[in-house]
Design a protein around this ligand. Structure first.
Ligand SMILES: Nc1ncnc2c1ncn2[C@@H]1O[C@H](COP(=O)(O)OP(=O)(O)OP(=O)(O)O)[C@@H](O)[C@H]1O
Length: 991
């Protein structure tokens, strides 16, 4: 290191000095000037001391030991001291020295010369110094305002040179921090021998190299300025701060030293590159400068050392760094490996989880798919079930009729009921002689005997409740004479218990039950209205503040949302308890009038309407159903009720509305485009539940008492026709083979008729003096014959009923009758003698026996048809078999029924219902106009008979004329009915 340092162009001291100066200047910026002044003074003293020492006290008498700047400058101004000194250092450097040149006081006249001589000395000195390569100064620096520091520097450099020269070793290097002046003039020294060759033979580079060498040499010498710097730095430091300061200065010195070495090496390398034959080549060729060769070698060695040193440093550092990096790299590699491992494991885990997830998703998908298909299947099945269920209901008939027989109220053990037998859908009534003694059978969908419980009765009603919840409209009404048990069936007895609850309660209970069962798929909302129709005015039965307040209501046909009476209270119900409370209120409000027949007899129609709205939980689709539960007013006849005045008015209103109900059902049965719903409030109210897809159930009630048998028969006839209408309608497309059978039967009947006709003609011709009216059958000429006829007929009727075994009856319900075919093969339409006759009888009948309201229309048609027939056929079946109307109806109040029941001919006997006045509507009436046209001579279409004729009549029809045309009715219908019944009977026996 020391060897290398010896070859360096800078010394440790100089580096140290620089660092110290930097160090010294940084922290003490504030007192920089004072320090500088102090330093300058110190250096000045040093220079002065050296000058004094060199030339002796005498020679330097003008220069004090510690001169001020001014004193120093004045002392040297003559240049004498300077020349003496340099000659001491380098003898002969200034060959000619002017002694005391500036002593102007001594030589006052020679002032100008003195100044010139002084300048001469200074100039010679500067040339000599310059030749030595030492820093110089400007002559003006010796004047006032000049830079004495430069003079000091020059002197100290000379001092250094002198000292180096005295020791004689190493390369001299000026260690001062004063640079050689660049702007200095090139003074020519008169005697500058020692450095002549040197200055001549060295280029700038060589000068620089020499300077460096000198500096290196100089660095070996004690450096007083360095000491001073150190002193200055440590001057104001506390002792405890010194170690740290020294440490920091040393580290900086090291750093600076290294930097300088590095930059020097770089500089050398660059110089060597730039001038391959540069200074060293020149030195080589300089024969007289072997010293430089040596130096060059030294420099080369130095460079090598530097390189080695640098390389070794960089190797170590590199190794250290490499080691460090390696370690870091190894660590990172390890980490990466671990991470990779973790990543692989995680990846595998992820893949596994993904696989599992996919599996799960797939399973879930399958599961959901299964569930969805199951759900859709379930919905499909549900929907299908609903459809099928309602199809079954449809097949059973949209209008169903159940008959219920009230038990005897007296509780007498010897009570004789008019009901002979009840067998499934057939009820047989024992008719007293007054009504044509015998048994009359009626067919219904179901017959409930007196012992049937409320639950049993309701069991067959239950399917309709489901239909309501499926969005169908349903109407359940109770029909029958007063006291026959309508209210009992619909509501229950006065003292209501769970078992005695009627259809209303049970229906709603069921409705709530089914709604609850379906709640997962459908959400139902149930609300109730309760009204009554009294004297053709509507009352709200669910008002609490008095009936009259909201009376009467308008009935509004408002079918879109099913609210026909929007003004009536509509109460939302959640459970049966709500319904029970409401019905209690309704019954309290209901108008109840006492009659001779029943204390509780209602003279009004009451209707409990249940509105159901079901919302599909998934699809949001809405189903709306409506159910009317109607307790009709009693259908008894006025004469029996023994009423007059208000009661009569009530009765007339009741019958008007019941008549209108018959009209509507008839129109529906015939599929008329116009259905006369508006004819009564009752039909208006039930409009949405009587037509279209609505399902209707009629409970027909009968009393078992003998004294009510007339009403019972009327009621049963009406009900059976209602049932038959529907059955006929449902059978339309049933079985064509049956039609064939029926055709055959018709043909047989025709043959039988022809035979019978021939026989009777024989009898008539054989009887002496016996004259037969062309219009009266032979067995109805007098009362006897009539009685006989009845007696003859009764067993036939019975036979007919008997022969109609159960199977046949069932078939009867389901068979379809094609009216055209039947009519084509049936006997001709019987004529009537006079259209007017019928009406007189009819009115009487209506008042007395409660016959059908619109029999008139039927009669009109029958009469017209009969007239046609008569005109065209000139007698025939009708003339021979239709009883004389005057005799027929003079039999009493029930003449019509008697006549119709007791047709008393074989044909009638063969048909159980030959006496039915309007059996025509069993057929497809839509075809009747065709028939009428065929039979009507004037070609005008006649009105087809309709169901209005089914309604028992209380008063005379305004359209009815007092004629005896009713004659035609019984036989006509009887003939037709009989024909159909016979066909059925035969069909049954055939099977
Ligand atoms: N099936 C039956 N079992 C027992 N009692 C019955 C039955 N049917 C009716 N009754 C009783 O007969 C009486 C009359 O019945 P209900 O009042 O129901 O007749 P109704 O036809 O409604 O009469 P109205 O037309 O006057 O209202 C009541 O006391 C009732 O309890």
């Amino acid at each position: 290191m020391m060897a290398a340092e010896g070859a360096l162009s800078f010394s440790v001291a100089s580096v140290m000095e620089d660092v110290l100066q930097q160090h010294d200047t940084r922290p003490q910026v504030l007192d920089l000037d004072s320090r500088r002044a102090e330093e300058a003074a110190t250096r000045r003293y040093e220079a002065a001391a050296w000058l004094r020492k060199m030339i002796g006290v005498v020679g330097a008498r003008e220069l004090p030991a510690q001169p001020s700047e001014e004193e120093f400058r004045l002392a040297l101004r003559s240049g004498l001291i300077l020349c003496l000194v340099i000659n001491k250092v380098d003898p002969g450097a200034v060959p000619k020295v002017v002694e005391s040149p500036c002593d102007s006081a001594a030589v006052p006249d020679g002032a100008a010369l003195s100044i010139y001589q002084c300048f001469e000395n200074v100039r010679n000195f500067l040339v000599a110094v310059g030749q030595l390569g030492l820093p110089t100064f400007e002559p003006s620096d010796l004047e006032q305002g000049g830079k004495s520091s430069k003079i000091v520097n020059c002197i100290l450099a000379l001092k250094s040179y002198s000292e180096w020269k005295l020791t004689g070793n190493g390369v001299w290097k000026f260690g001062g921090n004063v640079k050689a002046t660049t702007s200095g003039k090139n003074f020519i020294r008169k005697n500058s021998e020692p450095f002549k060759n040197y200055s001549r033979n060295t280029s700038n580079t060589e000068t620089s190299t020499n300077a460096q060498l000198l500096e290196t040499e100089n660095s070996k010498m004690p450096n007083s300025s360095l000491n001073m710097l150190v002193r200055a730095v440590l001057l104001d430091k506390k002792p405890e701060e010194v170690p740290m300061l020294v440490e920091s200065v040393l580290s900086k010195v090291m750093e600076e030293f290294e930097n300088r070495i590095a930059s020097q090496v770089d500089f050398k390398l660059a110089a060597a590159k730039d001038t391959p034959n540069g200074s060293r080549t020149q030195l080589k060729h300089t024969s007289d400068d072997t010293k430089y060769k040596t130096e060059d070698k030294k420099l080369t060695l130095l460079e090598k050392d530097q390189k080695i040193h640098k390389n070794s440093i960089s190797d170590e550092e590199t190794k250290r760094r490499q080691l460090k990096y390696q370690m870091a790299f190894d660590g990172q590699e390890r980490d990466i490996k671990e991470l990779k491992q973790t990543l692989t494991i995680t990846k595998a885990g992820m893949q596994f989880m993904q696989m599992k997830f996919h599996e799960e998703i797939q399973n879930l998908g399958l599961h959901i798919h299964g569930l969805a298909s199951a759900a859709s299947g379930y919905h499909r099945v549900l929907e299908e079930n609903r459809k099928l269920y309602n199809q079954v209901q449809d097949l059973k008939g949209n209008i169903r009729v159940y008959c219920r027989v009230r038990p005897s109220l007296g509780g007498r053990s010897d009570f004789k009921s008019v009901v002979d037998s009840i067998e499934e859908g057939t009820i047989t009534i024992n008719t007293p002689a007054k009504y044509g003694k015998g048994c009359r059978s009626f067919n219904f969908n179901k017959v409930f005997g007196p012992t049937a419980t409320q639950a049993e009765v309701f069991a067959d009603t239950r399917p309709l409740i489901r239909s309501v919840l499926d969005g169908f409209n349903v109407c359940i009404f109770a029909y029958g004479q007063t006291g026959s048990g309508k209210t009992h069936t619909m509501t229950g007895p006065k003292d209501l218990t769970e078992t005695s609850q009627g259809v209303n309660y049970r229906a709603l209970s069921d409705l709530f039950f089914i709604a609850e069962q379906r709640k997962d798929t459908l959400h139902y909302d149930v609300s109730v209205q309760m009204i009554e129709i009294y004297n053709e005015q509507v009352r709200d039965l669910l008002v609490t503040e008095g009936l009259n307040k909201r009376y009467p209501f308008q009935l509004i046909i408002f079918l879109n949302n099913g609210f026909n009476v929007p003004d009536a209270s509509l109460v939302h119900v959640e459970s049966m308890y709500d319904v029970i409370d409401l019905m209690k209120l309704g019954h309290k409000n209901r108008a109840v009038g006492a009659t001779a027949l029943n204390d509780r007899s209602s003279r009004s129609h009451s209707c409990l309407t249940v509105h159901v709205q079901g919302r599909d939980v998934t699809s949001g689709a809405v189903l709306r159903g409506c159910m009317h539960l109607v307790d009709l007013a009693g259908s008894e006849r006025v004469d029996k009720s023994e009423v007059a005045g208000d009661r009569l008015k009530e009765a007339q209103h009741i019958n008007k509305s019941l008549s209108a109900l018959g009209d509507v059902i008839s129109s529906l049965a015939q599929k008329n485009s116009h259905v006369p719903y508006r004819n009564s409030k009752l039909t208006q109210l039930l409009q949405d539940s009587l037509g279209g897809q609505a399902k209707t159930l009629m409970f027909v009630h009968i009393s078992p008492e003998l004294n009510a048998v007339g009403e019972t028969l009327s009621t049963l006839k009406f009900a059976e026709r209602v049932a038959t209408v529907e059955l006929g309608a449902a059978q339309v497309h049933k079985d064509t083979s049956d039609v064939k059978d029926l055709k055959e039967q018709i043909a047989n009947l025709k043959a039988a008729l022809a035979k019978k006709e021939a026989d009777q003609e024989q009898k008539v011709s054989a009887s002496p003096g016996g004259k037969l009216s062309s219009r009266s059958p032979p067995n109805l000429q007098n009362g006897d014959s009539y009685t006989e006829s009845k007696s003859q007929r009764k067993p036939k009727t019975d036979v007919a009923n008997f022969e109609m075994d159960k199977k046949t009856r069932m078939r009867q319900k389901t068979q379809s009758f094609d009216l055209d075919e039947l009519l084509a093969n049936s006997p001709p339409w019987p004529p009537i003698s006079s259209p007017g006759e019928t009406y007189a009888e009819d009115d009487r009948e209506m008042m007395g026996s409660g016959d059908w309201v619109d029999k008139v229309m039927v009669n009109k048609q029958d009469a017209a048809a009969a007239r046609c027939w008569e005109a065209e056929n000139n007698g025939g079946f009708y003339q021979k078999y239709v009883p004389d109307s005057s005799k027929l109806y003079s039999e009493g109040a029930h003449g019509f029924e008697i006549a119709s029941t007791d047709g008393a001919d074989e044909l009638d006997a063969a048909t159980s219902d030959s006496s039915e006045p309007d059996l025509l509507w069993q057929f497809n009436h839509s075809k009747l106009p065709t028939l009428s046209r065929l039979n009507n001579s004037n070609g005008k279409p006649t009105k087809s008979p309709d169901l209005r004729s089914m309604i028992p009549r209380l008063g005379p029809s305004p359209s009815r004329k007092p004629t005896g045309s009713h004659q035609a009715q019984g036989p006509t219908r009887g003939g037709r009915q009989g024909t159909a019944a016979e066909m059925k009977r035969k069909a049954g026996s055939k099977k």
